[in-house]
Design a protein around this ligand. Structure first.
Ligand SMILES: Cc1cc2nc3c(=O)[nH]c(=O)nc-3n(C[C@H](O)[C@H](O)[C@H](O)COP(=O)(O)OP(=O)(O)OC[C@H]3O[C@@H](n4cnc5c(N)ncnc54)[C@H](O)[C@@H]3O)c2cc1C
Length: 277
């Protein structure tokens, strides 16, 4: 029998604005100690109550042998739309095993998304549903002489955890895109090249202008899908990184919500990620 899909509830214990547009929210939860792994880049889905719904969002119970959560997801989709909790992807920024507290950084992106709105107004005692994280989705970084990490604000929690767990002596180069200088934050033991959108910067342009080290390189890229695509193309086509050495993920799509169907481009990209493109 496989490992069951983890569906749990987490309760807010603290909220802090670490930058003008980032809410750092700390949570407790009965299942956290069991669910949290000692690995970087743990991804999960948070489930938010619909506007007007009081209390905790209501989620289906998972079956013990529903490893990939297919049956659970069908039951979730069967909840009538006006009552169905909104599900969005997030990263575990940290877990303090002594205090049993998980930290998540919410980008307050200003668009009217339910997750960003919730992060803006979060208060101690608020409850969210959580699906995952699961080691089924853990992917080790490719081995190379140096590692390039790049992403926008949504990817900074993952980049910070990746930097925290790199082996001693590993060479990491970081490009971090943010709205402006006020969004900068410490990310760990690496030189971070900040790229500010208010000054017209983009990740692809910033990396294009950089001198990359000699030796073999690998990359981890995440953020707005179009920006990630452009940077990946540059690294593979112009810098000669092998496709296998570039891990990439679109964390959000401009003008589309996470509920919107995949575009043609998303589907082509998913094929490439699966190594079929
Ligand atoms: C694996 C993974 C891990 C992630 N980790 C984090 C994390 O730790 N913290 C975090 O904040 N986000 C993270 N994200 C991104 C987050 O899931 C998306 O930004 C999500 O769309 C936010 O939901 P929403 O309800 O606020 O907006 P949605 O309802 O999904 O979208 C509403 C509108 O807002 C726009 N929008 C969405 N996100 C942004 C943005 N960042 N900047 C500008 N416009 C935006 C959309 O284009 C759309 O027009 C992660 C995504 C993935 C796939």
């Amino acid at each position: 029998m496989g490992q069951a899909l983890a569906v749990s509830y987490v309760r807010v214990v603290g909220v802090e604005r670490i930058t003008p547009r980032t809410a750092r929210v700390t949570f407790t939860g009965d299942a956290l100690a069991e669910l949290m792994e000692d690995r970087p880049d743990q991804q999960m889905k948070l489930c938010f109550p619909r506007e007007g719904q009081e209390g905790a969002p209501r989620l289906p119970e998972p079956d013990a042998d529903d490893t990939y959560g297919m049956r659970w997801y069908e039951a979730y989709l069967a909840i009538p739309e006006p009552e169905r909790p909104t599900m969005r992807s997030f990263t575990v920024r940290g877990y303090d095993r002594r205090l049993d507290v998980m930290t998540v950084d919410f980008v307050l992106h200003g668009d009217d998304g339910p997750a960003a709105r919730w992060g803006r107004d979060a208060r101690p005692g608020d409850v969210l549903g959580m699906v995952g994280p699961s080691s089924l989705y853990a992917r080790p970084l490719p081995a190379a002489d140096w590692l390039l990490l790049a992403g926008d604000e949504t990817a900074l929690p993952a980049i910070a955890t990746l930097l925290e767990t790199l082996p001693a002596g590993a060479r990491a180069l970081v490009w971090a895109e943010a709205a402006d200088a006020a969004e900068e934050r410490p990310l760990g033991d690496a030189t971070v090249h900040w790229v500010h959108r208010d000054r017209g910067g983009s990740l692809a342009d910033a990396v294009r202008a950089a001198r990359l080290p000699a030796g073999s390189g690998a990359a981890w890229l995440a953020g707005e899908a179009g920006a990630v695509r452009a940077l990946r193309r540059h690294l593979v086509e112009e810098r000669g990184l092998s496709r296998e050495a570039v891990r990439f993920a679109g964390y959000w799509r401009r003008s589309l919500t996470q509920d919107d169907a995949p575009t043609e481009e998303d589907l082509a990209w998913a094929k490439e990620q699966a190594g079929e493109g």
